[in-house]
Each structure stands twice: as C-alpha cells, then as structure tokens.
Design a protein around this ligand. Sequence first.
Ligand code: FES
Length: 287
Amino acid sequence: MRLAGAELVESREILPGQWIQAYHAPGLARGSRAGQFVHARPGDFSGLILRRPFSLNTADPATGIVTIHFRVIGRGTGWFTRLRPGDEIDLLGPLGRPFEVDPRSQHLLLVAGGLGMAGVRMLADEAIRDGRRVTLLFGAASAREVYPSSLLPDEIEYVVATDDGSLGHHGYVTDLVADYESWADQAFACGPLPMLAALARLAAGRRERLGVAKLGRKRGARKAAPVGSPAARRKAFLQVSMEQNMGCAVGACLGCVVMSTSGVPQRVCREGPVFATEEIAWDGAWS
Ligand code: FES
C-alpha cells in the first residue's frame, strides 16, 4: 500500500450516472491485482474530508494507467466527475486482498451485477493475459444499465441478463449460472448482497457435483487452509468481492465488518474485499 499521486487522463460517463476515469499512476498500475481497490481523496478545497473507495477497474503496467468505475451517489463522487484531464488527486492503494486463481484453472466464470462489474473487470484482463478462457455473466435492471461490450476484451464470452427482459435473458443473472457451472473451474462474483448470497447457496448445493466439486477433489484440497489466506481463496470454487460502506478503508474503524462462518468478524477493507464464499456466514447477522 502506498500513497500515489495520480493525474487524470480521461473521464467519461459510460452509462447514466456511471463513470470511468483513467489516471496515470505507474506505481499503482504495476503493483495492483484484480479485486483490490483504492481510497481516493477529494481535492483540498472541496469541503469534503473523507476519502472514497473505488474498485480498480483495470491496471496497465505498460502505460501506467489505472481506471476506476463508479456511480455518482452524492457530493463526494460528484466531485470526481468535475475533474478535468491534467488534474491531480492522490490515491491510497492498492488496498485489500485480491482474487486468487488456482494455477490449474483454465475456465473462469465471472458474475457481475450492476456496478459489481468494477469488481471483476480487471480479473478478465489478467485471465486473458494468462491464456485462460473467460465467460462473464452480467445482470442489470434494464438495457439502459448494461455495461458496454466495447469496454471488455474481445476474447471473453459476454452474456447479459436484464430484470425487465429489454436485453438478453429475461430474469436474474443467477439464472444463467446453471449453464456454465460444470464448464467453470472457478467462479468469481461481485454485486449486490442478495446476488452474492444466491450464488453462495448455489455453490453450496453443488459441492458434490462436477464443476463446483472439481477443484475440491484435487490433491491437497482436503487440508484446511487458514481463513482469509490466499490458499483458502485459491481452493474455493466461488470467490466473492463484498461491497460494504467504508470509512477508513485501512482496518481501523470497523465500519465494514461482515460475519464469518468461524464467528470472527471480518473487515471487508482488510480481510476482504475478496473472500472464499465458505468463509462468509450468509445467513448470519451483519454487523
Ligand atoms: S472501513 Fe474502517 S475498518 Fe474497514
């Protein structure tokens, strides 16, 4: 983690109220992994004190460019949209624990709901770079909110579901998972909590079947890996990136806690945001 100066290179509204901004921040671009995030500080004269957390959408070590994808939900995020190319901000990061891909996994299933695209987008780049095949399932309320396919790598299969049926499958994105679960070696998801909980239930109900169980049968899989460890995530069929409101983003305020199956509260900003789905108490109390 470091504090990096970042110069805005490009800023555009890609969907109503949703923006992608590209910043030149070579240190961050070199050291970041899919699933991690940055904590960005609004300008000195904005009257806004708190930093805002943004998932790292992409990071290109060759150009030194990182991008963030966010929705305008208040004055803080609105302030960022008024920045112009050449303006500088500082970014604290990379923060959090990244997705872990088992070296033997060749077929990755990514599942995103709405702004959850920002949480898995970078993993698509990493997987393509490493020669893996990727299918990305994306769910939105309507066609107006569907992430543009032009912003994704050509190599991936992109399948869309909309709640109102205005584009792609008519229904929830989770409806699509059954068609891919036996193909996938691992799955990675980011989106609203009900979507993640539904995926966790699907994964838990299929532990003994092909697809979900495939990695579990591999040598060494029965050995317990410490909760929160990279090994625990790497062994999981389904990893989820949790979206929680954050205050400090460095583990101090306990404002982002979720409950684990072991009964130990987990800070999304430190122990997460990526967890093996088995680590989260989906039916338990949320702090
Ligand atoms: S946001 Fe403060 S502990 Fe996570």
